[in-house]
Design a protein around this ligand. Structure first.
Ligand SMILES: NC(=O)c1ccc[n+]([C@@H]2O[C@H](COP(=O)([O-])OP(=O)(O)OC[C@H]3O[C@@H](n4cnc5c(N)ncnc54)[C@H](OP(=O)(O)O)[C@@H]3O)[C@@H](O)[C@H]2O)c1
Length: 246
């Protein structure tokens, strides 16, 4: 159970982040959702509060690629709840894949700004709180970041996710003695808006378990990794993919 814990979930306004917010709230945590889309963020927070009780979830407008917004928003959350125990670095984008010669330089930069620099910024400002609470961090990479998995022409996305994995290793190695656990998850194909209108059936045929995952498949694993049951796990890089990366 996560009673009394405060969790920040970046990219909490959709898909995996929203599903994880619901799961952590169900386990007793208070959840702060970060994202840019206030309408979706407030909708999800309201839904969670209507199920689990008022003040279980609150939306905070924050673009993780903006240092000033991250700094201010983390301060706001820290002041409001007085402690932060869990950080789920989940915000991410997957812009259209294409050959390097055709890829807009801005798309390359945006991908890295959000998927890895955003994670660096949020961690930077949340870490002092996690030091006090002996907290836990989960970083969301992707099977696209695994060294043995090549995903089409997703150069920027795959590179950003490989960076998340190595960033997580470094953090786990260094933060262990500070009492902070850090684990990295690598979801496979999960049915969220990030997939756009890609045909889920074609994906399902390539997955050993035979189906595309749901946000809850990832949320359940995150809830385990942040719990006391996982207190001896740090530095793990865990595919959650129905075997897709094999
Ligand atoms: N679905 C999959 O198949 C899959 C597989 C592997 C890994 N992942 C990873 O899982 C994470 C969540 O993706 P999802 O599948 O749940 O997709 P999604 O439904 O599109 O959600 C992406 C989330 O990231 C947030 N976000 C994007 N840019 C942001 C920014 N600059 N600042 C703050 N928040 C930002 C979005 O919020 P706003 O729009 O409100 O800003 C949204 O809440 C991503 O890191 C993704 O790479 C997904």
């Amino acid at each position: 159970m996560l009673n009394g814990k405060v969790a920040i979930i970046t990219g909490g306004t959709s898909g995996i982040g929203a599903g994880t917010a619901e799961k952590l709230a169900a386990e007793g945590a208070v959840v702060a959702l970060f994202g840019r889309n206030a309408e979706r963020g407030n909708e999800i927070a309201n839904k969670i509060n209507s199920i689990f009780g008022m003040n279980k979830c609150e939306f905070f407008k924050c673009d993780v690629s903006s240092q000033a917004e991250v700094k201010n928003t983390v301060e706001l959350v820290g002041n409001k709840f007085s402690h932060i125990d869990i950080l789920f670095n989940n915000a991410g984008v997957m812009l259209p894949s294409m050959e390097i010669e055709r890829m807009p330089v801005d798309d390359w930069k945006t991908t890295l700004d959000i998927n890895i620099t955003g994670m660096f910024l949020v961690t930077r400002y949340v870490k002092p709180y996690l030091l006090k609470s002996r907290g836990v961090i989960i970083n969301n990479a992707s099977i696209a970041g695994l060294q043995y998995y090549a995903a089409g022409r997703s150069y920027a996305y795959s590179a950003s996710k490989a960076a998340v994995i190595q960033f997580s290793h470094q953090m786990a190695k260094n933060y262990g003695e500070e009492g902070i656990r850090v684990n990295c998850i690598c979801p496979g194909i999960i049915d969220t808006p990030i997939l756009g209108d890609r045909d889920r059936k074609i994906y399902a045929e390539r997955i050993p378990l035979g189906y595309v995952g749901q946000p809850s498949d990832v949320a359940n694993v995150v809830a385990f990794l942040v719990s006391e049951a996982a207190s001896y796990i740090t530095g793990a890089v865990l595919p959650i993919d129905g075997g897709a990366s094999i």
